[in-house]
Write a protein that binds this ligand. Structure first.
Ligand code: C5P
Length: 225
């Protein structure tokens, strides 16, 4: 059985950074499941599909032409219909589209099979909201990363400032709050820790400290040498 490490939690908790570094360290594949929901949102926008139209949005989720490529420097580029959409995928606007399409059950069902294809013999680090609860309930290690809303908004603020974007901290806090609310209160796969997940609050921890804690768990579970 493929080794799977599921890393779930709200946006801004550090899942992406930790999951990518962990996959690189262990030589495992990496699944950024949020990117799949973002791609559905973006594809719907580009094809002028109404987000409330569950049938058409789920058809896009099942059939959209996407590709994940690892560049020479190890970073991940994402393509939609052969166009590099890596930057556009990360905007707050695309995140909001993603969280709207993510509440549709048929969209989640269409993406389920696509996500499971990432689990191969080389091992997988899967990052998302329902990796440990729905997509990979058999994962050998499940981690639920959290951080306070203030800290997550602060991290996003620094990230956007560094990119030279014009940002407003209270507005970011509000966005984080409303995305949490939508992700946690939806009927379809709401964001909740799996019963057997290990919860880790990263508010006061550096990336290195989180990484050390997670790696320690990987070794304790005997998932790598
Ligand atoms: O992780 P990321 O911020 O890229 O995810 C974007 C949105 O996609 C989330 O706010 C959530 O609504 C949705 N999502 C999800 N299930 C996942 C991953 C992401 O519902 N496994």
């Amino acid at each position: 059985m493929a080794t799977i490490i599921a890393i779930d939690g709200p946006s801004g908790a550090g899942k992406g950074t930790i999951s990518r570094a962990l996959a690189a360290k262990l030589g495992f594949k990496y699944l950024d499941s949020g990117a799949l929901y973002r791609l559905v949102g973006l594809a719907a926008k580009r094809h002028s599909v109404d987000l409330a139209n569950h049938i058409d949005v789920s058809a896009l989720a099942a059939h959209m032409d996407i590709d994940f490529r690892t560049t020479k420097d190890g970073s991940l580029s994402v393509f939609l219909e052969s166009e590099d959409v890596t930057q556009e995928l990360r905007t707050e606007e695309t995140g909001a589209l993603a969280s709207q399409v993510a509440s549709h059950k048929p969209v989640r069902a269409a993406l389920l099979a696509r996500q499971r294809l990432f689990a191969t013999a080389e091992g997988l680090v899967a990052d998302g909201r329902d990796m440990g609860t729905v997509v990979f309930p058999q994962a050998q290690l499940k981690i639920y990363l959290t951080a306070s809303i203030e800290e997550r908004a602060q991290r996003r603020y620094k990230e956007l400032l560094a990119k030279g974007e014009n940002v407003n901290l209270p507005a970011l806090e509000e966005q984080v709050r409303s995305r949490d609310e939508r992700d946690m209160s939806r009927d379809a796969s709401p964001l909740i820790p799996a019963e057997d997940a290990i919860e880790l609050d990263t508010s006061e921890l550096s990336i290195q400290e989180v990484m050390d804690t997670v790696l320690n768990l990987v070794y304790i579970k005997g998932l790598a040498n």
